[in-house]
Design a protein around this ligand. Structure first.
Ligand code: PGA
Length: 243
């Protein structure tokens, strides 16, 4: 499977930064690059056909009186093909839960936008040995109504590793990724399980990316801090492109 590297810029970078980033960004035919910019800048990314644009959020209704929100039909109108949903920052600061994330996944899929569905345990859950139970609960809620023919990406992002500089070891990440693939195998079939990209996210950078994507079930990364400048993102591309 082709490696996917998705940059999650969160509420960072402005027009000039994004233009410079795109000019400096390397292209490797073995790597799919997705750039998740804030809403005002998404079309800047779509001007370039070497990279894909991703939104960082979407509302679960098609339209309506929801001041400040952005709908799936608007993303689709602008030819945005990917959207991150369920990120732990949205779960934490905007109280999003798995039921809402399931609705967002379904409405995106219904408009042919690929959701990048984030799941993962927090530190307390990891320390009490509940990681796989939590991941199973999240997956079971989100994948209730999603049909086998749908296209989606899953990002395993242990909350304790996001923005902390503390990465899951390749073995810790692989254990959960394999569990996710087994879940897809049981929920759908082996073809679906083996063709779904499962990304790792949480302090991925140029020094740990290679060891992570060398694991059997890690198909790339969702990268925050190390995606904020083209030099470190290019170094990650270089380190994984020959997997
Ligand atoms: P990080 O962020 O790489 O800075 O840990 C990852 C994410 O939040 O998706």
């Amino acid at each position: 499977m082709k490696i996917t590297l998705a940059a999650n810029w969160k509420m960072n970078l402005q027009q000039i930064d994004i233009e410079n980033f795109i000019n400096e960004l390397k292209h490797a035919s073995s790597v799919d690059i997705i750039l998740a910019a804030a809403f005002p800048y998404l079309t800047l990314i779509n001007e370039n056909d070497k990279f894909h644009a991703a939104a960082q959020n979407v509302h679960d209704a098609e339209s309506g009186a929801f001041t400040g929100e952005v709908s799936v039909t608007m993303l689709s109108d602008l030819n945005i093909n990917y959207c991150i949903i369920g990120h732990s920052e949205r779960r934490q600061y905007f109280s999003e839960n798995d039921d809402l994330i399931a609705k967002k996944a379904e409405i995106l899929i219904g408009h042919n936008i690929t959701p990048i569905i984030c799941i993962g345990e927090n530190l307390e859950e990891r320390q009490s040995g509940e990681t796989l139970d939590i991941v199973n609960r999240q997956l079971s809620s989100i994948f209730t109504n999603i049909e086998v023919q749908s296209t989606f990406i899953i990002a395993y992002e242990p909350v304790w590793a996001i923005g902390t500089g503390q990465t899951a070891s390749p073995e810790q990440a692989q254990e959960v990724h394999q569990f996710i693939r087994d879940f897809l195998n049981k929920r759908y079939n082996s073809e679906k399980a083996n063709s779904t990209s499962i990304l790792y996210g949480g302090s991925m950078n140029e020094s740990n990316a290679k060891a992570l994507v060398e694991q059997n079930d890690i198909n790339g990364g969702l990268i925050g801090s190390a995606s904020l400048n083209a030099t470190s993102f290019n170094a990650i591309i270089d380190s994984v492109k020959d997997k």
